[in-house]
Design a protein around this ligand. Structure first.
Ligand SMILES: Nc1ncnc2c1ncn2[C@@H]1O[C@H](COP(=O)(O)OP(=O)(O)O)[C@@H](O)[C@H]1O
Ligand SMILES: C[C@@](O)(CCOP(=O)(O)O)CC(=O)O
Ligand SMILES: [Mg+2]
Length: 303
């Protein structure tokens, strides 16, 4: 049996706008999905969502990965088992993590010799197939780890402040949220277009600040980004209340992370404020995860 893992991620800046070619800065975080594979006579995929064969309703991402390997190798049967610390449909990149960890595990089992760039590319193609429009961000960051600026694929300094996540526990489908933004953009292109460009501007300014470790300024920019995410309709009252709770208790800044509409918000905070920020989000009703940036991308855990 071979087990591979891949990390989740938070966006400092740029989700949604990155689907339209704007820059984004995204950070791999220390919560992981583990995928184990073993030779078998038929295909079985088991996760907290159920146990299936190739099944695009229950396991669309993993099924799409299996089909890719059927094209490039002699794969006929395999048993795939998924365990995840990343909540599903929460904006923390669970789809990218399960996709990338499955690609790496099947590559190791079948000896297809994929390089990291090949894994990221295949992962992006899978996200595009299942999600409709999808940027390369989640699959690239989750493959490589670290803090990455997209589309340049430029690695920035690892954050050394605390990352506090507040989960609304409201499931949100990235596919639906991306489609909602596209609909709004089609209806009001002259209004939404400039908002998406402004979101893109965050990363150009933010890149220098992240490398300078000027987290006070990074936080201020994240707060501006949050206002613009609200403007394109991906907020909700819980996300707003958690972001204000975090800001009012000492966080540098706070915003939605990922697709929004539910899912999670992220705050960056000085290490000494973590318990106040966590308590404030929890008393506003959020499920809190305190984590940190990681430079460990996809990897083989055991074989
Ligand atoms: N642990 C897991 N096991 C199986 N499938 C998963 C797992 N985590 C995520 N997925 C797949 O990813 C989908 C959620 O992806 P998405 O809507 O992009 O949300 P997220 O923000 O979590 O990436 C799930 O509906 C499921 O198809
Ligand atoms: C909204 C988007 O920018 C990020 C989605 O992230 P997540 O699936 O919610 O973790 C979509 C994308 O980049 O493909
Ligand atoms: Mg996703």
């Amino acid at each position: 049996m071979i087990t591979c893992s891949a990390p989740g991620k938070v966006y400092l800046f740029g989700e949604h706008a990155v689907v339209y070619g704007e820059p984004a800065i995204c950070c791999a975080v220390d919560i992981r999905t583990r995928v184990s594979v073993a030779p078998a006579d038929s295909i079985t995929i088991s996760s907290s969502l159920g146990t299936t064969d190739i099944d695009f309703k229950t396991h669309p991402y993993v099924s799409a990965v299996v089909e890719r390997f059927q094209d490039i190798s002699s794969l006929e049967g395999v048993s795939i088992s998924i365990e995840s610390e990343i909540p599903v449909g929460s904006g923390l990149g669970s789809s990218a993590a399960v996709t990338i960890a499955t690609i790496k595990a099947l590559d190791a089992l079948l000896g297809t010799g994929l390089e990291l760039d090949d894994i990221a590319r295949m992962g992006h193609e899978v996200e595009q197939r299942i999600q409709g429009a999808a940027s390369q961000t989640d699959t690239y960051v989750c493959t490589m780890g670290g803090v990455v600026m997209i589309p340049q694929r430029k690695g920035l300094d690892l954050l050394d402040c605390a990352i506090v996540i507040g989960n609304t526990n409201i499931f949100s489908s990235t596919k639906e949220l991306v489609a909602n933004v596209a609909e709004l953009n089609d209806k009001f292109p002259d209004v939404i277009g400039p908002v998406l460009s402004s979101i893109g501007m965050m990363s150009a300014t933010g890149e220098v600040l992240v490398n300078a470790k000027d987290y006070v300024s990074v936080g201020k920019l994240m707060n501006i980004n949050q206002g613009l995410l609200d403007a394109i309709g991906v907020g909700c009252s819980e996300l707003s209340s958690f972001t204000y709770a975090a800001r009012n208790s000492g966080a540098y800044g706070a915003k939605i992370t990922g697709a929004g509409g539910g899912g999670c918000m992220v705050a960056i905070a000085p290490h000494e404020c973590v318990s106040e920020v966590a308590a404030a989000i929890a008393s506003a009703g959020g499920e809190v995860v305190v984590t940190k940036a990681t430079d460990i991308g996809v990897r083989v855990e055991s074989q």
